[in-house]
Write a protein that binds this ligand. Structure first.
Ligand code: UN1
Length: 506
């Protein structure tokens, strides 16, 4: 029977990753495979007291780790990257089994982890500060970057391993131990990553204990982490509702927040667009990961002069896409994470119908066991309203015609989220307008590329209700460090800045 194969394959992948079955059986938190709904593990949950204990251990690890030279800290991340390379196939298989990602995207996710390790290794020799001109003679003013303390990482099911690594690889080279609260829907992949990380720690030799800890459980575990004064940085990925709550709690205790929240990403297809390219861009961005990326394309604005050319081709691509078991390498659209996701999709499609939209696809399919499989939906909207204004984590693509580019850019910006966006055009003016001050207001604005599938070299994140945080490349590392401005007087007098005189006599 099919249901049992996911459990057996999970065991095999965990075995291959050197996992002791005692670590994923007999616990109170059940893991289910979205492929067939079968139970694939039962892990032990962390208690609130356990979170507090972990925070104490992380604080202790911090005191030692911050003193290790950054390039040496990079060596640990280099070893971790090596271990990931060796475990890539098994970890990717586990991502497919636990999160339902198709084979190629699961491998891509692990590759993203390897890429950020490479980035972080280079970074470990580049935690640069500035030397700044000082107005005082015989003084030097400089900026130095120092480790900031334990970093809590709260991640979502849809990138069950990569999101942690974008934060952890940087935090570790910056001198910060990490505490990871993964989604309760994907505990096994988190524990597997922790086991891989521990192999790297062992090879490294003299790392302090507890540089990385995993906290398993639901909201109360995340809440305990967010509340802990010993954790000065929290990076949280998830819904805007979660981020609003977490952000306020962190603000109340003046902790640093790196928030990576919802997206409601758009694409504009202009009259000069290469429609072949646009079609491929739309297909991956809207249907990839079964519409469950925060960067998923959800709103498509097509110029009225090309709408009737593009839409039939898009509908055809949707009708022909391979939907089913994500372990089958030919499949492009795997299952939704669970029933709850389907209810959200049903509700959004119902709301669109109520607004007179035309819906293509969007039906539920029986594929394997209790797995939740759906036909991705194209929803032709009459106006920009209703469910189109919110993020539904499902493969729903709302489509609308537009007349002039300013109007389309205004629509691109007319939602509460500000994560990603793109334009397909061969007109330089349109492209530059889109990425200009007056253009897209998102953290990511692409030209002739869809809104999803960013590489790690750039800073990743978005504006408005997306939370404003940045992870991964560019100078995102600064959020994991404490900046100190150091003014050093190497002279024999004490000139004050701004010409202030404060003479206390001899
Ligand atoms: C997410 O869905 O939380 O750009 C992150 C992308 C991926 C990251 C998605 N690199 O689609």
């Amino acid at each position: 029977m099919t249901a049992s194969t996911t459990a057996a394959e999970t065991r095999a992948a965990l075995d291959a990753l050197g996992f002791d079955p005692a670590a994923y059986t007999g616990g109170s938190l059940a893991a289910h495979s979205p492929i067939d709904g079968a139970k694939i593990g039962a892990v032990r949950e962390t208690s609130v007291a356990g979170v507090e204990e972990a925070a104490g251990k992380a604080a202790e690890a911090f005191r030692a780790w911050r003193l290790v030279p950054a390039p040496r800290r990079g060596e640990l991340v280099r070893l971790f990257g090596e271990e990931l390379r060796a475990s890539k196939a098994h970890l990717a298989a586990l991502v497919t089994l636990e999160a339902g990602k198709i084979v190629s995207e699961a491998a891509g996710e692990v590759q993203e982890m390897i890429d950020i390790c490479d980035f972080a290794i280079g970074l470990s020799r580049q935690l640069y500060g500035l030397t700044i001109a000082t107005e005082r003679p015989e003084h030097r003013m400089m900026e130095s970057w120092r480790a900031a303390g334990p970093c809590g990482i709260i991640s979502a099911f849809n990138f069950p391993v990569a999101v942690w690594s974008w934060n952890a690889a940087l935090a570790l080279v910056c001198g910060d131990p990490v505490l990871w609260k993964p989604s309760e829907k994907t505990p096994l992949t988190a524990l597997a990553v922790q086991a891989i990380f521990e192999r790297a720690v062992k090879r490294f030799g003299d790392a302090p204990d507890n540089l990385s800890q995993v906290l398993i459980g639901g909201r109360e575990i995340g809440a305990a982490l967010v509340a802990d004064e010993r954790v000065p940085i929290i990076s949280a990925t998830g819904s805007t509702a979660m981020g609003r709550d977490v952000g306020q709690k962190l603000a109340a205790r003046f902790a640093k927040a790196i928030l990576e929240l919802g997206g409601n990403n758009a694409m504009i297809v202009t009259p000069s667009a290469d429609l072949d390219l646009a079609l491929r861009g739309i297909a991956f961005a809207a249907m990839g990961t079964a519409g469950q990326r925060c960067t998923t394309l959800r709103r498509l604005f097509v110029h009225e002069s090309v709408y009737d050319q593009l839409l039939p081709r898009l509908k055809k691509a949707y009708a022909g896409v391979a939907i089913g078991d994500p372990r089958d390498a030919r499949v492009l659209v795997g299952p939704l994470i669970d029933e709850h996701a389907w209810h959200g999709m049903e509700r959004a499609l119902g709301d669109a119908t109520g607004l007179g939209a035309r819906i293509h696809g969007g039906q539920r399919r029986e594929v394997i066991g209790e797995g939740v499989y759906v036909d991705p939906a194209i929803v032709e909207m009459k106006s920009h309203e209703g469910p189109m204004l919110r993020e539904t984590f499902a493969p729903i693509l709302y489509v609308m015609r537009y007349r002039d580019l300013e109007e389309a850019v205004a629509l691109n910006n007319a939602v509460s989220a500000g994560l990603s966006s793109s334009i397909f055009t061969n007109d330089l003016r349109e492209a530059e307008y889109f990425v200009s001050e007056a253009g897209s207001d998102c953290g990511i604005a692409n030209v002739n590329i869809g809104p999803s599938g960013a590489e790690i070299g750039g800073a990743f994140g978005g504006e408005k209700e997306t939370g404003g945080g940045r992870e991964a490349g560019s100078d995102s590392w600064k959020a994991y460090m404490r900046r100190a401005t150091n003014t050093v007087n190497y002279g024999r007098t004490l000139p004050l800045a701004q010409g202030v005189s404060f003479d206390i006599g001899d």
